[in-house]
Each structure stands twice: as structure tokens, then as C-alpha cells.
Design a protein around this ligand. Structure first.
Ligand code: ZN
Length: 595
């Protein structure tokens, strides 16, 4: 069943959105002023022309190949959104979210839940007869203060095209036409020459206009707005000379509550480097709180009540040294805490996994990237586990039919949990790392095939372990992959051993195993136990370079805490991706024959 093509392209001036021209390396400029609309139905097929036009209009790309259950949408900001047929969860960046409906197959074509597709793309739809008029939303607002000033950065589901509407000595206002907002309100900043930043949305349904006003401190100067990446809005302010500097220490400048179908998000904007700690109480208390340490609350305190999975949000300066963001949850729910350079996002999502952590901590600001660059521990290769690599041929012995395809194999799954400790299952950790790895690789232009992308066996019909493993091998061999990466978690009968180990079987595996091992040890700060030759089924029987990575020991307390941490899993995924890219760069394929 195909939906009508005619719905797109009827361009009505009153509904036209001021989309900036989007230039892509692949093609010409996408014409601005095209109204975004799509059939108003719970689901949309991946081959639906109106979906394709909508994605093109916002610079996003859909990847799906016949016979695959995974549908990937790469947003213009390179974040990958991944849906899987039959799964009620979807992934956006490093986050797992609950879909309103699970995608299903109609014939061979996957149909996706439309409301989740729109919210993952920072879009909002308004019904108009049997179509939805689709409007992009201002989705994030950050204020970063620096030595002599501050910068306001806003981003939306489309490139932002600001129009200067008002300016005097004390304030400056820009308008974004055709853009709504999920971050309306006023944020008090009182730093870097900015008094406050106000966002206000006006206009009719699907023809919104969002105003962003920056109130300046006396003597401060706003520079003309610009864009850092051709998509966001960036406005820098220079504070007056000799003005009293901002109080020392990190400052919580805004707390935005963004309820959506998939996840309830609380975005905490923090200026300056900070550390935080969070805690979660189990049933029946169901409270979560996050403390930003040594911080000052410059945003207004709040005590809001909601209906839904989160019933209350409270923001307070609980001690002179501590800002607390506390959530009351309607039931026990999973909470993810994602730090960034400009704050921390708290996501309340799908049902809780047993063994989820009750507390954690992290850092915000430049500290975040420093942690990613610097290993937590100096790698100390365990001499017993190190093998001197045998000299390997520089080129793979099989020529991949698909040189950009990487097959990712999340170890175990379904009725096979793998190893476990304190309720944390290997199959859960391997899948999570694999999904993160997929997002990173796809964003970097690789094609990815997963031997499984949900909690299932690779071959649910397999009756033996051998058949199950062969199904994973077949996935790579049958599709002519460039490389095969199997992800696992290690276990030992004693608590001492820790660190990452990469296993290989064939001579052509060695370079890949070494590059992945070193990159993961470096990125994730894990002890580098080196590479080990072993006749493991999946590495032995795959025809392309293959590696089986034992990411860490679930039996070691330090490694357990890491395996349990979403941030660490993201770093492992980043390390594996970097290792694959190093390998690919240093082991180029022979040029394709020309005729
Ligand atoms: Zn395993």
C-alpha cells in the first residue's frame, strides 16, 4: 500500500516554512519555502514519497535495505535515529527511547510510528484534515560564558535562519520564521554581559514564529549572529570592560523540561566546568535527584507538577554549594544521565532494567572532553595475555563485495544471556555497545549490518550453539563485509583480572584486532591486555578480517561499574569505531579493476 504522492509539493504561501537552503555535497540546493506535510496516520512506510520529501527538506537521510529489520535516519546534525521492526524501543544518538508503537512490516516494507519519527527529528505536526502540517522546533538553547563575554547557541530540527527584528543598547531580538519552540521561557544568566535570554513563540499552528531576545548588561556589545556549522544560531556578547566578573564556579543557567512521547527530558544548562552526582530511590519512593556541585543557581527555582511518567520537577539551591534537580516519578522508570560540554540531560524513558545503577556521577564542560581523551588508568598490558603477533599479510585474503559494510555482532541474546553479575547481563551490555557503535559508524559514512539488533538470537530457529554462531558468520560472509566485530563481556572466577582483550583467529585478523584493542583501551581507559589468538567460531569462520572483543571483566568490581555505565559504553563504542577506521586507513583495499 503506497500513500499518495500528491500531498507534497502543493505549496501554500501562508503555510510556507522559511527553510534555509540546504546544500549537500551530493546534490543541488534543496528549495526553500516548501511546506512540510505528511499524511496524518499512526504509521508511515519507509518508501512513502512524502516521508522522503520531508526528510530531504530537513537535510536528513533514511537508510534501509530490503530484507533488513533496521531503519536508520541520519539527521543533518549526524545524529542517527534507529528503529527496528517489532521493537518498542528506538535509539537516537546514545539514547534508548520508548516508541509509541513498534514498527511493523507490510509486505517487505517497514512502517514506522510517525509521532516518534517527528519527535526524533525535533519536528511537531498539526493535523489539517487528513494531513499533518509539520513544523520544526527550536530544540536546544545553551549559554556559554567565556573570559570577557558569553555566547548564546540555539539549534533546531532545521538550519536556523535568524532575522534581526529589534536592537538597542539594552537588548537584541532575532526571529525564526516557521519555527516553533520547545524551550520557551526566560533564563536569567547575569554573566558575560548577558542579563537574560527569553524565547517566545507566536503565530498560528504550523506558521509559528519564535523570538529570541537577549537582554544585555550595561555597556555590553552583541556581535552579529552567526552559525558555527551552518545549522545552529550563535550570538556572542562582549561584556563591558571592568565589569564585575561573574561569580566564580559553575552556574546552572537554565532547566528546561521537554515532555515528549518517547522520553521525558530535563535539560540542565551549566556554564563552566562542574561535577555532578545523582541518586535514584527504588519503589515505592521513585525519586531521582541530581546535584551539580559547587554551583550557583542563576535560573529561577522551580517546583512544577506534571501528569504522566514524571509527576514533579523541582529545581533548588539546596545548599550554598549545591544545585539540585529532583524528579518525582510515577513508577519505577529508567533514567539516563547524559553530560555534555554545556550541561547535562536527564532522560526518563522506558521500563527499568533490573540491576540498573542507583547512583552515579560525572562531569560537565571541558572536563568531559578531557576525560574522553585521557585514559582513566595507564594501560598495563598483562604479559601473560600478550601474544607476539605473527607477521600478517597487509591485505585481506578475501575481497569484500561491499567495502563499506561492517557487520557488528552483539554477543549472545534472547535465550542466551551470556555471563552476568548483580543482575547485569552480558547480552544487554553487548547490544547496547553495538547499537552505539552502529550510530557512530553510520554517522561516519559506513554501512552497518547487525547480526541482531534486539534481545533475540541471531537465528531464533537455531537448535545448537553452532547453528546460532554460524548464522552470525553467514551474515558477514553472505554480505561480503569489509570487517566483522563481535562484542562480548569477560568473566573470571577471581575478582582481580580486569581490562580489555581482543581475540583473533586468522592472519588477516591481526591488524584489525590490534587496532581495535588499542583504540578501545585508549578511549575507554581500560587496561590493555593485548590481542590473543584463539580458535573462536565467529573469528575462525568469517572470511573477512574479524575480531572478538572482550570489553571488560564483569567479575571485577571496577570493570563492573564501567560496564554498567552508559557513558563508558559510549566510549567503548567510540574506541571500536576508531579502531576500525585506523585499520581501514592503514590497510586500503586494492583498487577496483577498471575496464
Ligand atoms: Zn560472551
Amino acid at each position: 500500500m503506497r500513500r499518495s504522492v500528491a500531498l507534497i509539493g502543493s505549496c501554500c504561501a501562508a503555510l510556507a516554512l522559511a527553510l534555509a537552503p540546504i546544500t549537500s555535497a551530493a546534490g543541488p540546493t534543496v528549495q526553500a519555502q516548501a511546506a512540510l506535510r505528511i499524511i496524518n496516520a499512526p504509521f508511515v512506510g519507509v518508501a512513502d514519497p512524502s516521508l522522503r520529501t520531508l526528510l530531504q527538506g530537513i537535510g536528513a537521510r533514511l537508510t534501509w535495505r530490503k530484507g533488513q529489520r533496521d531503519v536508520l535516519i541520519t539527521r543533518a546534525d549526524h545524529v542517527v535515529v534507529a528503529f527496528t521492526v517489532g521493537s518498542g524501543l528506538y535509539h537516537a544518538g546514545g539514547l534508548t527511547l520508548e516508541a509509541r508503537y513498534a514498527p511493523y512490516l507490510h509486505g517487505a516494507e517497514p512502517f514506522l510510528p510517525l509521532s516518534d519519527v517527528l519527535s526524533a527529528l525535533s519536528l511537531r505536526g498539526f493535523p489539517d484534515g487528513n494531513v499533518l502540517l509539520v513544523e520544526p522546533l527550536l530544540a536546544s538553547l545553551d549559554v556559554r560564558s567565556s573570559g570577557g563575554g558569553a555566547t548564546v547557541i540555539a539549534a533546531a530540527g532545521v538550519p536556523l535562519v535568524p532575522t534581526l527584528v529589534a536592537r538597542d543598547a539594552s537588548s537584541i531580538t532575532y526571529a525564526f520564521t516557521g519555527v516553533g519552540s520547545s524551550v520557551s521561557g526566560t533564563r536569567e544568566v547575569d554573566a558575560g554581559g548577558i542579563r537574560d535570554v527569553a524565547v517566545q513563540s507566536t503565530g498560528q499552528l504550523a506558521s509559528a514564529r519564535t523570538l529570541l531576545t537577549v537582554d544585555l548588561a550595561r555597556g555590553a556589545t552583541a556581535l552579529p549572529a552567526q552559525s558555527d556549522d551552518g545549522r545552529d544560531f550563535s550570538l556572542s556578547v562582549i561584556a563591558a570592560r571592568g565589569q564585575t566578573p561573574a561569580p566564580p564556579g559553575p552556574r546552572v543557567t537554565a532547566v528546561d523540561v521537554l515532555p515528549s512521547a518517547g522520553a521525558f527530558t530535563v535539560a540542565v544548562a551549566v556554564t563552566g566546568d562542574a561535577t555532578y552526582a545523582w541518586h535514584r530511590l527504588a519503589q515505592p519512593d521513585n525519586r531521582f535527584w541530581l546535584d551539580v556541585k559547587a554551583a550557583t543557581l542563576v535560573a529561577a527555582p522551580r517546583d512544577d507538577h506534571w501528569i504522566g511518567r514524571v509527576t514533579g520537577v523541582r529545581v533548588d539551591q539546596v545548599t550554598p554549594q549545591r544545585v539540585r534537580v529532583a524528579l518525582s516519578l510515577a513508577a519505577e522508570q529508567s533514567v539516563s544521565v547524559i553530560p555534555s560540554a554545556t550541561g547535562v540531560r536527564i532522560l526518563v524513558g522506558n521500563a527499568i532494567a533490573s540491576g540498573s545503577p542507583r547512583a552515579g556521577n560525572g562531569s560537565i564542560g571541558s572536563v568531559v572532553s578531557a576525560v574522553v581523551e585521557t585514559p582513566l588508568a595507564t594501560p598495563q598490558p598483562a604479559a601473560t595475555a600478550l601474544l607476539t603477533p605473527v607477521p600478517e599479510p597487509n591485505r585481506p585474503s578475501s575481497v569484500p563485495t561491499n567495502p563499506r559494510l561492517i557487520v557488528i555482532d552483539p554477543g549472545h541474546g534472547g535465550n542466551d544471556p551470556g555471563t552476568s553479575a548483580h543482575g547485569l547481563l552480558e547480552k544487554t551490555v553487548t547490544l547496547d555497545i553495538a547499537l552505539r557503535l552502529r550510530g557512530i559508524l553510520v554517522a561516519r559514512g559506513w554501512q552497518v549490518r547487525m547480526t541482531r539488533s534486539t534481545d533475540t538470537e541471531a537465528d531464533p530457529a537455531a537448535t545448537t550453539d553452532r547453528d546460532e554462531l554460524q548464522a552470525r558468520v553467514d551474515d558477514a560472509n553472505d554480505n561480503g563485509a569489509r570487517a566483522f566485530v563481535s562484542i562480548h563481556v569477560n568473566w573470571y572466577s577471581e575478582p582481580d583480572p580486569n581490562g580489555v582483550t581482543s581475540y583473533y583467529s586468522k592472519p588477516q585478523d591481526v591488524a584489525l584486532a590490534r587496532d581495535v584493542e588499542n583504540a578501545v583501551a585508549r578511549e575507554a581507559g581500560e587496561t590493555n591486555r593485548g590481542i590473543v589468538k584463539s580458535a573462536l567460531y565467529v573469528t575462525l569462520h568469517t572470511r573477512m578480517p574479524a575480531v572478538l572483543i572482550e570489553t571488560a571483566f564483569i567479575s571485577n568490581p571496577g570493570d563492573f561499574a564501567r560496564l554498567d555505565s552508559p557513558q563508558w559504553r559510549q566510549r567503548v563504542a567510540l574506541g571500536i569505531a576508531d579502531g576500525i577506521e585506523t585499520y581501514a586507513r592503514e590497510n586500503p583495499l586494492p583498487p577496483a579493476p577498471t575496464n
